[in-house]
Design a binder for this molecule. Structure first.
Ligand code: PBG
Ligand code: ZN
Length: 324
């Protein structure tokens, strides 16, 4: 009998399994999202996403301080403005909620944290689309111009990484050009490259009050397509993306693997709101062991090829010691 033919040998004890594990995860792999609102003293739970909050800038600084104390150093900011209009004008306001948040966080934490901002119009437009809407059509090139201006406003306020999530064609190149023209050559771009039109964004759209008129299927990807994710990722890299993203995570780990194999930059995966809420609801009902499920999911994302994971589970994972 072939003596090599006993894979169970390397599973005989916890330590044996530990030393041969192919994949691991630590705090540095996690990016924590925040939903930033205008005003002061706001810290409100989001009902569909237990443990996640709407925060005003003053409370955000405290929230991030607590996260930093847990070891979470990368933070992704979504802005939720009070004023919404056709063009999402609040998105390009140099004194909008996100530039204010960036300045406050930078003043408090300096280079101790990485600041990432979502660049998209959907939380800022009255119709809830990620770009401009003309006669029922989401138009591309004028939207891209506005998105680039939004990214520039964030760069001016000190962001490290801008992250366009709109899925307009050519936005990465337009953002890169405008940033460079204005001297922000070191502001990085994390492109939501393979972002699918997904029902898993439901709780997030409640949180951002950004549910669109109609749907996003003319710009976000069709989940029947896998190969197309490579077209999107390679275009973004070509246009100057420093990192690419696949979103959502769990039903899309094949896409993570493919994008990882075909690109040379870090690959980020977004463990989205619906994926989080399903785990939280199931755990709250006693249907699953939250720690075990969260760790299995996060490690599967890493195994598939994700270098970094945007997740709402980070705070629980660090506080409870699931991840060190
Ligand atoms: C907006 C945006 C969405 C998410 C991140 N940026 C929602 C959408 O496209 O409708 C989803 C995040 C999540 O569900 O956690 N462009
Ligand atoms: Zn959007």
């Amino acid at each position: 009998m072939n003596l090599l033919n006993r894979p169970r040998r390397l599973r005989t004890s916890p330590l044996m399994r530990e030393i041969v594990a192919e994949t691991d995860i630590s705090a540095r792999h996690l990016i924590t999202p925040h939903f930033v609102v205008e005003g002061e003293g706001v810290l409100e739970g989001i009902p569909s996403m237990p443990g996640v909050t709407h925060v005003s800038v003053d409370k955000l600084v405290e929230e991030v301080a607590a996260d930093v104390a847990l070891g979470l150093k990368s933070h992704l900011l979504f802005g939720i403005p009070e004023h919404k209009d056709e063009t999402g004008s609040a998105a390009v306001d140099p004194n909008g909620v996100i530039p204010l948040a960036l300045r406050a966080l930078r003043a408090r934490f300096g280079k101790e944290i990485i600041l990432i901002t979502d660049v998209c119009l959907c939380a800022y437009t009255s119709h809830g689309h990620c770009g401009f809407l003309h006669d029922g059509v989401v138009t591309n090139d004028d939207s891209v111009e506005q998105l680039a201006k939004m990214a520039l406003a964030h760069a001016e306020a000190g962001v490290d990484i801008v992250s366009p999530s709109d899925m307009m064609d050519g936005r990465v190149g337009a953002i890169r050009d405008l940033l460079d023209e204005n001297g922000y050559v070191n502001t990085s771009i994390l492109a939501y490259s393979a972002k699918y039109a997904s029902a898993y964004y439901g709780p997030f759209r409640d949180a951002c009050d950004s549910a669109p008129q109609g749907d996003r299927k003319t710009y976000q990807m069709d989940f029947r397509n896998g190969r197309e994710s490579l077209l999107e990722a390679l275009l973004d890299v070509d246009e100057g993306a420093d990192m690419v993203m696949v979103k959502p995570a769990l039903a899309y780990l094949d896409i993570v693997g493919r994008v990882k194999a075909e690109t040379l930059c870090p690959v980020v995966v977004y463990n989205v709101s619906g994926e989080y809420s399903m785990v939280k609801a199931s755990a709250a009902a006693g249907y699953c062991d939250e720690r075990a499920i969260v760790m299995e999911n996060l490690l599967a994302m890493r195994r598939a090829g994700a270098d970094l994971i945007i997740t709402y589970h980070g705070r629980d994972a660090m506080r409870e010691g699931w991840i060190s």
